[in-house]
Design a protein around this ligand. Sequence first.
Ligand SMILES: Nc1nc2c(ncn2[C@@H]2O[C@H](COP(=O)(O)OP(=O)(O)OP(=O)(O)O)[C@@H](O)[C@H]2O)c(=O)[nH]1
Ligand SMILES: [Mg+2]
Length: 314
Amino acid sequence: MRSVSDTTSMPSEKETTRCGFIALVGRPSVGKSTLLNRLLGAKISITSSKPQTTRQRITGVLTEGANQFLFVDTPGFQTKHKSALNKRMNQAVRDALAEVDVVVALFDAVRHTDADETLLSLLPTNEKTDKPVIAVLNKVDLLADKTALLPRLDALSKRHPFAALIPLSAEKGMQVDALKTEMAKHLPAMPWLYPQDELTDRDERFLAAEFIREKIFRLLGDEIPYSTHVVVETFELEGNSEHSLRRIQARVYVERDSQRAILLGHQGQTMKRIATEARQEMERLFGGKVYLVVLVQVKPGWKDNPRTLQHMGL
Ligand SMILES: Nc1nc2c(ncn2[C@@H]2O[C@H](COP(=O)(O)OP(=O)(O)OP(=O)(O)O)[C@@H](O)[C@H]2O)c(=O)[nH]1
Ligand SMILES: [Mg+2]
């Protein structure tokens, strides 16, 4: 989808355009999607404090001056869960590492875990490819004593020949410009792949389903979010302006009757809140009013059935 207001500028005739794919990879909850939204200045990728919020890759497009950055947000790489869905999510990370021009590997400034170690072992090395890998140490705002960063940076630099190591805070926007400058150095000289006002490769239908999923992740406990899948069944634009009313009907699939009851809540209050908050996010991003209906249906075992996943577009 395109951005509602276009504030980017065209490169001057003499300037060479640059354009490249940049993967954001890292373990669950390290802040990849928060960083993507911060880089774009718009919320296209959903975030929550629960791991494995992102399930499918999404590309964010940022055009600045002569540079077009194509940021690929990926699901968090993890080793704990082994359902068909989890395997697909890990594969999405491996594919992204292989396909992009630059890799941004995110680590947490406070905690280093086994999943970080696994990710380090997957990073492309200089012997095999000249693909630059930039290490980001995110969430530095949580460190009271910033000198604690030094041993972390030192340890990381010994683990991989990173092109750069950048401590930052995606949430607070600290040092994000330093990362942008570093990434720009590695963009190949190439014509832009997207129009300059493009914001993401995903359409409004996908984004609508994602916003509903985000509210389920944020408002419900530890079990339900991982048992739900959202499908947008109808999406109609009344009129032909981007500000026109969108009429959207979505269906949330859960695995059991008891989950359906929790999702609906007493007198449907929980679902009402999910739908209201999701609608507000859509209106902000799409730039027009949204009329949203959300239905809930039980579909046992959808997460473990590869055929069902394919049918659902996962
Ligand atoms: N304090 C602090 N919190 C952050 C920062 N960046 C992200 N977070 C929080 O970390 C949590 C996870 O962020 P996400 O962006 O969803 O993480 P992710 O890496 O995309 O996670 P998955 O999609 O599950 O792999 C959210 O609660 C964010 O608000 C940061 O710089 N500082
Ligand atoms: Mg994410």
